[in-house]
Design a protein around this ligand. Structure first.
Ligand code: BG6
Length: 481
């Protein structure tokens, strides 16, 4: 038996509305960005083509997010399974397009609000603390096509209204919130968190920095609203963190790693946690020929950022990345749409994501040293091809190995001094992949009988990892065997 985790550590799992709910036109829901993303490995190529038109083309493509795992109709069964594993918390997102179907209405959609009332009540019934992401890769489509997405300041107003509605409605039952999922992912793929692609300005970095500024302001407004309702609410940011190494001791590569860290890992959190733009902002903008005055911002907005920073740092961790800028004979690793050079010390997942538990310990130390705020690992996990036997049982010992090593790394980081609130492995029940729209990229403790075309019985089956994780939680992290 190993060491127990801190008392009240939040063990759980994480999902996002658009990747599992389905029912994309039920309960008054409007169309959202993922509803126009086709399934399959070519998803990002289609989205990045200059003629991508943000429309559904059923004659050409299949849209797995329309169906998901039909969680909309199975959520009680799914939450009961989470409870059976002993989840202390469950991270899910609210679909903005269920609450404001077009994003710009004055009044919310009551049917959407009721759906999340039921979901939250179901969690509470099972003594599971809900952890809510307000915006997880799921913009109402109309905000993209009519207003140009997050590069428009109009979106601040719409987000504020949305945040006001959900915080008011659920604050009595939901203490933990996050504003934007992987806000910094726009450094790599601006489509998911900012609704920007080559077809609507995503190729121009100025738009991305403008969109970030608008999102920072929107996030601070949510913190303000939340704390005015109840100062005990905990409202975090959520960043994608990929620990970044220099390939070798060449100072040039070390500097490249430092700069990549600033740009890819820290920039958004620096603003959201510290409440002001970091000193390197000007040089970062200059890299893209942007001057600070090219960004539309006001002193009032900067004051808001300073006054309402986030309470904690939520982050996803799947992999590390390597910087090498002097050679071009090295293989590149394409994991999670993030480039970098292949790390010869690491193995990769079925999708080429490099597996690095020690990198999580490093991430926790780096974030802890930099911000001195509580840290919440709200995504981590292994996307793999699972092969069920005739009884639909998946012996996913490879997933157990992955999770065990990452949990050990968390325990070590806690010993190092990091203040870690909890751990919610991604896709605790199989769901549609964000980057490729595949069902066959599975992360769950629970197998959902459904293929890449959303055909199957939709029955849920416990994998080997289900009982293992149950034991981990029951022992508060002491029993990882
Ligand atoms: C994170 C996202 O990037 O990684 C999730 O927040 C996503 O939405 C997860 O599903 C895993 O990525 P993928 O592409 O394997 O689904």
């Amino acid at each position: 038996m190993g060491k127990e985790f801190p008392k009240d550590f939040l063990w759980g799992g994480a999902t996002a509305a658009n990747q599992l709910e389905g029912a994309y036109q039920e309960g008054g829901k409007g169309l959202s960005l993922p509803d126009v993303l086709p399934g399959g490995k070519e998803r990002m190529d289609v989205v990045n083509s200059p003629d991508f038109d943000f429309k559904v083309h059923e004659d050409k493509y299949f849209y797995p997010n329309h169906i998901g795992i039909d969680h909309y109709h199975h959520f009680k069964e799914d939450i009961a399974l989470f409870a059976e594993m002993g989840f202390k918390c469950y991270r899910f997102s609210i679909a903005w397009s269920r609450i404001f179907p077009n994003g710009d209405e004055e009044q919310p959609n009551e049917a959407g609000l009721k759906f999340y009332d039921e979901m939250i009540d179901e969690c509470i019934k099972h003594h599971i603390e809900p952890v809510v992401t307000i915006s997880h890769y799921e913009l109402p489509l109309n905000l993209i096509t009519k207003y140009g997405s997050w590069k428009s300041k109009k979106l601040i107003e719409f987000f504020e209204r949305y945040a006001q509605v959900v915080l008011n409605r659920y604050h009595d039952r939901v203490k933990y919130w996050m504003t934007f999922n992987e806000i910094n992912s726009a450094a790599h793929f601006p489509i998911m968190s900012q609704g920007l692609t080559n077809a609507n300005g995503g190729a121009d970095k100025k738009n991305i920095y403008q969109a970030w500024h608008n999102q920072f302001v929107a996030s601070s407004k949510a913190v303000k609203i939340g704390h005015e309702i109840d100062p005990n609410l905990q409202i975090g940011c959520m960043i994608l963190y990929a620990t970044t190494y220099s390939y070798d001791s060449n100072p040039v590569n070390q500097m490249a790693a430092l700069k990549a860290n600033q740009e890819n890992n820290f920039f958004c959190a620096d603003v959201q946690v510290r409440g002001h733009y970091p000193a390197y902002t000007k040089s970062l903008l200059a890299k893209y020929n942007i001057k600070p005055e090219d960004i539309d911002y006001t002193q009032e907005e900067l004051d808001l950022l300073a006054k309402y920073p986030v309470d904690y740092i939520g982050f996803s961790y799947y992999m590390s990345t390597v910087e090498e800028v002097t050679r071009n004979d090295l293989n590149s690793s394409k994991g999670n749409l993030i480039g970098g050079v292949t790390n010869p010390f690491l193995k990769s997942s079925d999708w080429g994501w490099q597996i690095d538990p020690e990198g999580l310990r490093i991430a926790l130390n780096e974030l802890s040293d930099r911000y001195q705020k509580p840290l919440f690992i709200v995504e981590n996990g292994l996307g793999a091809f699972d092969k069920p036997d005739d009884n639909h049982y998946v012996a996913d010992d490879y997933r157990i190995d992955y999770l065990r090593e990452h949990i050990k790394a968390i325990s070590e980081a806690i010993d190092d001094g990091a203040d870690v609130m909890g751990y919610t492995p991604w896709g605790c029940i199989d769901l549609v992949s964000a980057s490729t729209g595949e069902m066959s990229k599975r992360y769950g403790f629970i197998y959902v009988d459904e293929d890449d075309h959303c055909e199957g019985t939709f029955k849920r089956y416990k994998k080997q990892s289900f009982d293992w994780y149950k034991k981990v939680i029951a022992s508060n992290g002491a029993d990882l065997d």
